[in-house]
Design a protein around this ligand. Structure first.
Ligand SMILES: NC(=O)c1ccc[n+]([C@@H]2O[C@H](COP(=O)([O-])OP(=O)(O)OC[C@H]3O[C@@H](n4cnc5c(N)ncnc54)[C@H](O)[C@@H]3O)[C@@H](O)[C@H]2O)c1
Ligand SMILES: O=C(O)[C@H](O)COP(=O)(O)O
Length: 597
């Protein structure tokens, strides 16, 4: 079975994409067979150029460590273009399959819109993804991945560097000495030992800062509404409420992401709650501090000093009053800038982007479910089954019926917690939406697209007795409140119903309406309802045979002998209209439908 590519996103046009299967890795699928064909047919120079063009293109818009660029080049054409204006980025992006940025590039909605559907992955070479419009990425089915771990230590070390440098006026004293002065009394500092440090945001960087600050003899408390208390306890840190943290602290170090909830979280109201003479370090994001309020707090003496690596606008304007302030130490967003961190980040993001372009699920996906590789391997045939059932169900609906409500029933012997259905739901959504629209659906945009189209998908689990060896016994897809072009597809519940299961790793259709069938879901399917009588299989088979349509499978499901039956015929080729008409003209056939998988 081909590798499952869960991220194959929107090619430029749907017709151009029809040859590209959801399950084919983007570049390798092209390159292997196409390269061989080109090599056989074309002069050598042309072949090289053609092969280059078949590789995906990755735009690296900010400086990335060499090791990462090298990794990217093994897989793709890499365009390293730094300092692009927003307009230049929008122009270039339509030629790129992936984009890699750091914090200096705004990946706005316009970027996704300008990509014309070609952009499949945005890689953020670092942690903070506040410079990427995640909603726009999701709406465009574009995966966003980041490199969340490789710069943690660098950021924590920079936080500690700023803390100690600020307390001892290192930057100010250095500038003074360089200007020829010797001001020993002016730059008397404060000690850290025994002082209380409030770490705001006890995640990766925050906990590393806490660990180091404890080593400096500080009393460390932390505030993080989402951090587990045992993780804090393990570092010897007490988790406290926001007000308690900021009011008890001699030093405050910020380590939370910039979100609507943390935007300007240090504002006039909260500065007023702080101890007079508090010192503040920010290596998180400029936006978590109201910079005007900080200036006022510095002027009023509430804040004695601040050390800032990040600013609301980067770079800050040259006359920025905070940067110019005597009691502020400023660095140009250097938290992640060590040789070691940049090499690590570059490799981490290159691997994530290449993996995503190959269709692998990224462990650092920001806007898609992260599914462990072993779960994905196990679910692979069920993922295929889910998409095909969606595709079949929607093709059974009469035009104009308006598909609005889908019920999916998963029958499994596993406990509900052991079955992650997000992938399956996404693929059913893809199967249902794609045949009836121009929208391309993937794991990233499936839920969004369903919601946007007013499509409700209800999921139900049926827990079976038996061995939980397989993740699922069957998947049933029902579309409610619709007419069917094949009346027998309506089950007793009144819904268009199809059900399938995986047998020996191959998806099978096992039920249509209330009729049991058994056809492997490969190629296409003809469904006929007939009066159950001898010779039917032969009649249909010979019409198809005369037209050279290869039959892969046939199965008959009936309510009772000599009553109604459903014949499901798997075909490798699409029969002509005339052939289908001849089948329809067989007197015992009451209705039939041709369904493409
Ligand atoms: N200056 C730099 O170069 C640099 C380098 C690395 C990271 N960063 C920034 O540092 C921050 C932390 O990075 P990280 O890798 O530790 O991320 P992380 O996700 O591991 O940790 C962030 C923590 O903040 C917590 N949090 C969320 N909302 C909060 C709130 N309202 N109040 C308190 N805590 C809250 C989260 O629960 C989480 O534990 C991010 O903003 C990141 O962009 C900056
Ligand atoms: O969020 C991050 O990873 C840091 O802010 C680093 O940003 P940078 O990659 O622009 O240095």
């Amino acid at each position: 079975m081909a590798a499952t590519n869960l991220f194959t996103p929107q090619p430029l046009t749907k017709s151009a994409a029809s040859s590209l299967s959801w399950k084919q890795p983007i570049a390798p699928a092209f390159s292997l067979s196409m390269k061989r064909r080109l090599a056989a047919a074309q002069p050598r120079r042309f072949v090289v150029l053609a092969m280059e063009n078949l590789k995906p293109t990755i735009l690296v818009a900010e400086k990335l460590g060499e090791a990462g660029v090298k990794l990217l080049k093994e897989f793709a054409n890499v365009d390293c273009s730094y300092n692009l204006s927003p307009e230049e980025l929008c122009t270039k992006i339509s030629l790129c399959d992936a984009l890699i940025v750091r914090s200096g590039t705004k990946v706005s909605r316009e970027v996704f819109e300008s990509s014309g559907g070609r952009l499949k992955v945005v890689g953020r070479a670092g942690v903070g993804i506040d410079n990427v419009d995640l909603s726009a990425a999701t709406e465009h089915g574009c995966l966003v991945v980041n490199a969340p771990t490789a710069n943690t230590v660098a950021a924590a070390e920079h936080g500690i560097a700023l803390l100690t440098a600020m307390a001892r006026n290192v930057a100010q004293a250095d500038a003074s000495v360089k200007s020829g002065k010797w001001e020993r009394n002016k730059y008397v500092g404060v000690s850290l030992v025994g002082k209380t440090l409030a770490v705001m945001g006890f995640g990766k960087v925050g906990s590393e800062v806490a660990r180091r600050a404890k080593g400096l003899g500080m009393h460390v408390i932390a505030h993080d509404p989402y951090a587990p208390a045992d993780r804090a306890r393990a570092v010897g840190v007490e988790l406290v409420g926001f007000d308690e943290a900021i009011s008890k602290a001699d030093f405050i170090s910020l380590h939370m992401p910039l979100t609507p909830a943390t935007n300007k979280i240090l504002n006039d109201e909260n500065f007023a709650k702080m101890k007079k003479g508090v010192r503040i370090v920010n290596v998180a994001r400029g936006g978590v501090i109201d910079e005007d309020a900080l200036l006022r707090a510095l002027e009023s003496g509430i804040v004695a000093q601040a050390a800032l690596d990040v600013f609301t606008k980067e770079p800050p304007p040259a006359d920025n009053k905070l940067v110019q302030h005597e009691r502020v130490t400023a660095t140009p967003h250097l938290g992640a800038s060590t040789i070691e961190a940049q090499e690590g980040v570059a490799i981490e993001i290159a691997e994530a982007v290449v993996g995503a372009l190959k269709g692998e699920l990224a462990a650092t996906a920001v806007n898609a479910p992260m599914v462990p590789a072993e779960v994905l391997t196990e679910l692979k045939p069920y993922v295929e089954l889910a998409e095909k059932l969606g595709r079949l169900a929607v093709q059974l609906v009469s035009g104009g019926s308006g598909v609005k409500s889908i019920k999916v029933t998963y029958a499994s012997s596993r406990a509900p917690d052991d079955l992650d259905t997000r992938l399956l739901r996404a693929m059913i959504t893809k199967g249902v939406i794609e045949p009836i629209s121009d929208v391309f659906v993937n794991l990233v945009n499936a839920d969004f697209t369903a919601k946007q189209r007013g499509l409700r998908i209800a999921e139900e689990r049926v827990i079976l007795d038996g061995s939980p060896e397989n993740p699922l016994e069957s998947i049933q897809v029902q579309i409610a409140n619709v007419q069917s072009k094949f009346a027998s597809a309506i089950s007793e519940s009144g819904d268009v119903t199809v059900e399938g299961r995986v047998k020996d790793g191959i998806p099978h259709l096992t039920k249509v309406g209330s009729f049991g069938v058994d056809v492997s879901l490969e190629g296409s399917i003809i469904l006929c309802r007939q009066v159950d009588q001898p010779g039917m299989i032969g009649s249909v088979g010979s019409i198809l045979g005369e037209e050279n349509v290869n039959v892969s499978f046939m199965s008959v499901g009936r309510v009772a002998p000599r009553k109604h039956a459903i014949m499901a015929i798997g075909v490798d080729d699409e029969p002509s209209k005339e052939t289908l008409k001849k089948i329809g003209d067989i007197p015992a056939i009451e209705e039939f439908v041709f369904l493409k998988l």
